[in-house]
Design a protein around this ligand. Sequence first.
Ligand code: KG4
Ligand code: ZN
Length: 348
Amino acid sequence: MKSLLLAIESSCDETSVALLSRTGQIRACIVRSQIALHIPYGGVVPELAARDHLRVLPLAVEQALDEAEAGLEQVGAIAVTQGPGLVGALLVGVQYARTLGRLLGVPVYGINHLFGHILAARLEDDLPLPALVLLVSGGHTQLVGVDEALHCTVLGGTVDDAVGEAFDKVAKLLDLPYPGGPEVSRRAANGHASRFDLPRPLWRSGDGRISMSGLKTAVVRVARELGRDRLEAATDDLCASFEQAVVDVLVRKTLWALSQMSDSPPKAVLLTGGVAANPALRQALAELAAREGLIFCVPDPRYCTDNAAMIGAAGLVRWLAEDPGDRDLEPRSRWSLEQLYDAETETD
Ligand code: KG4
Ligand code: ZN
């Protein structure tokens, strides 16, 4: 019986493969991170990422099948991240999915990575709709309204760095290990957020624009003023002050986005993407939702960061609707959530 959906994620620096049952049960989810590979460069090197996906993907598929005690003959559909992301990295997953789909004679679904982050909320729980989504990752920062038909409206987002990227850059600046986000948040937990008075960029802009660059510059300035000797002892406090400024900005912009949804008032607020693993942000958004009388949703941290199970959750929607699949799938390096159902590729 072809009862399983095979999902593949290779848009950045995680090679991930998952197997989901038709009821959405996660039978396996393998995530092979390339972090160690990119450490010497302090960031993701696209060519190295693609080459490593090529090496690891077949192994991860085998591992997922082993874990689920299943065979390829049970795979009835394939979901693969089509974009946005690094073209070379995406191409590895897309080509693999196309070839395997043809061999098995099953539909292949090209999935938007950001939509996957949203549907991660459905992996272990329900996502009440309409919902307002705060999607914060290393590559993206967006406020998205999602209606009952899963149509997305982008209400706001970053005008410069993604929030995760800002965390990573601040970590680099403070000589903390790569990837910096989790480390900054660990150090912040021991610090005093009130010690450094950092700016809240675009606080009064009255729109959904989010900016990180002024905040980053302020951290550079404080670090320089402290000097090498005093910086080490002040790192926890500086991390806490930075994290608090980010959280304040995100809470304010989320509130603004909620005010834009009066036509179809949301039932839930969803926090997702890699930065959703941040405890201070999770708490602040949970409190915001409670104050607004909304249900707060946040995936388990392992499904907040890049993983194939979330791609599977998005693929499942199409498989259950008996969608025949995409023909001649090509990677889309850029792909807005508002063009989920458009066939044409955006050009860079
Ligand atoms: O969603 P994700 O795995 O990859 C992208 O699609 O970008 O997000 C990774 C990002 C990284 O920038 C990482 O530093 C950040 O999420 N991150 C965190 C935390 N855990 C991961 N940022 C702040 N606090 C955390 N605890
Ligand atoms: Zn992601």
